[in-house]
Design a protein around this ligand. Structure first.
Ligand SMILES: [Fe+2]
Length: 480
């Protein structure tokens, strides 16, 4: 149970155990937010445990082990949607990557590059933080992809630890693919997606504590922070979090401490084993532009970014028109706890303020809901969390028995997590937000936003961009 605030609003603090090495924590969840969580999220969890446990258990018994994942299917899974966030172009390969895949990059091994094609990697090396324990094998992996002129991807090689495999290595290749998929699943849910959860907690707390609730900025932000402090507290510090092995439905390999270290990497970044920075995992800074993702998922989020930015610019114009000491102080505090946020000396630059706020709004609404919507369609038997097999080896190329790679209990825990935590459960929709602005100009902007969001669906369809999440399934905030 979160510690309740008494007479003092929520406030960020250095993360327990990590200090400045992890996203700041907000440990005093306000009563009203906690009660909202108890009534909505907590009650749903209870119902799901009661009604979904037995069907999930039966499903896990009827669906043992993993299913085959062809090379084409492997690319389909990892090179679009939520997993495509890991795709990193060759311009950001570091010396250890170039050394690892040198023979393939030069064309001495594998298919070579060819005209108009580009190299990409998906780096799952933060799996190094999880020990290769006896009850579940784990390994850091890096996947080398080739993207053709038609933007389709081909998997060329997979490094597991320092050993590189390619499709010639049969059973070892099959194992390497599952270790990469394990890295994708674990690191998506513990590192890449949590970037959308935790960094904005500081702004949430500071806004609640230092801005008048009836001010324009509060009216803009508060709907987008509904429930988030309580959801995030439950994930990171709750007594029943699935990050703790042994808790109900805990699905991950490794210890709670190791899971916390992976989460911390979203903030402190991650290095190569030789101690040099890994540019695929930089230290956290609030991005002021649309997210860069090398797949149509990036185009999808880019469209929503533009729509939200158009609206937020109108709000920012109004905020900067009447500077106030409370807004300056609020910005100073936000900048202190969230790198990249404009401080009091820059917050009256309307463009900068609009871009900073849009990034936060996009993260906690569209990006967050889309990630969950996509992950909710992942086949647990293609993207495992735990694995029971030896690491791939060139000396052993016999195909593994897919039924034995995961246990029924692994599948059951994963299915329950999928139902309770990964699939979206929207409480309040983005498309319905009424910010309650005071001025006619901003009330008109609010109405225009709702119309623009609806119109965007047609634009996406016209341009052939997949609807990664339908508008009616986008929550206004982190509600699950
Ligand atoms: Fe989430």
């Amino acid at each position: 149970m979160a510690k309740r605030s008494e007479g003092f609003g929520p406030w960020p603090q250095p993360a327990p155990r990590f200090f400045e090495g992890a996203a700041p924590a907000v440990l005093n969840v306000p009563d009203d937010v906690q009660k909202d969580w108890d009534k909505t999220v907590g009650r749903r969890y209870f119902k799901q445990v009661v009604f979904e446990t037995i069907p999930a258990w039966l499903w896990s018994r009827r669906n043992p082990g993993l299913v085959p994942v062809s090379d084409a299917r492997f690319c389909e899974i990892l090179c679009d949607g939520i997993f495509s966030k890991f795709l990193t172009p060759k311009s950001l390969f570091d010396p250890p990557d170039l050394a690892l895949f040198g023979d393939y990059l030069s064309g001495c091994e594998g298919p070579g590059l060819g005209d108009g094609a580009e190299w990409f990697k998906s780096d799952f090396t933060p799996m190094r933080l999880v020990s290769n324990a006896s009850d579940s094998a784990t390994a850091p992996s890096v996947v080398l992809f080739k993207r053709g002129r038609d933007l389709s991807f081909e998997v060329v090689a997979i490094a597991v630890n320092d050993q590189v495999f390619d499709p010639r290595h049969r059973g070892a290749w099959t194992r390497a693919k599952y270790f990469a998929l394990q890295g994708a699943g674990v690191l998506t849910t513990l590192l890449m997606h949590p970037k959308l959860h935790f960094p904005s907690n500081s702004v949430d707390a500071i806004t609640r504590s230092r801005l008048p609730a009836d001010g324009t900025l509060s009216k803009l932000l508060r709907p987008h922070f509904r429930l988030a402090l309580a959801v995030n507290y439950a994930v990171l510090y709750g007594s029943q979090t699935v990050l703790k092995p042994g808790r109900l439905y805990a699905p991950y390999p490794g210890t709670h401490e190791q899971h916390d270290e992976i989460v911390a990497a979203l903030w402190q970044g991650f290095e190569h084993p030789d101690g040099t920075p890994n540019r695929a995992f930089p230290t956290y800074t609030l991005q002021l532009d649309a997210p860069v993702i090398h797949s149509p998922y990036g185009d999808f989020l880019g469209h929503y970014h533009r729509t939200l930015l158009g609206f937020v610019r109108k709000v920012a114009q109004e905020v900067v028109a009447t500077p106030s000491a409370s807004v300056s102080r609020w910005a100073d505090y936000c900048a202190r706890w969230l790198p990249g946020f404009p401080d009091g000396s820059r917050v009256y630059d309307a463009d900068l303020l609009a871009r900073a706020l849009t990034s936060i709004l996009l993260d906690v609404s569209v990006s967050h809901s889309a990630d969950h919507f996509i992950y909710g369609t992942v086949n647990e038997r293609e993207v495992p969390f735990r694995l029971h097999t030896d690491l791939p080896s060139l000396a052993r190329q016999k195909e593994p028995d897919l039924e034995t790679l995961v246990t029924s209990t692994d599948n059951f825990n994963y299915r329950m997590c999928m139902l309770m935590f990964f699939r979206p459960h929207v409480i309040e929709r983005l498309m319905d937000i009424d910010y309650g602005f005071d001025t006619p100009t901003l009330r008109a902007a609010n109405a225009a936003l709702r119309a623009d969001l609806v119109a965007l669906q047609a634009t996406l369809e016209r341009q052939g961009i997949p609807a990664y999440v339908p508008l009616e399934c986008i929550a206004s905030s982190v509600q699950f």
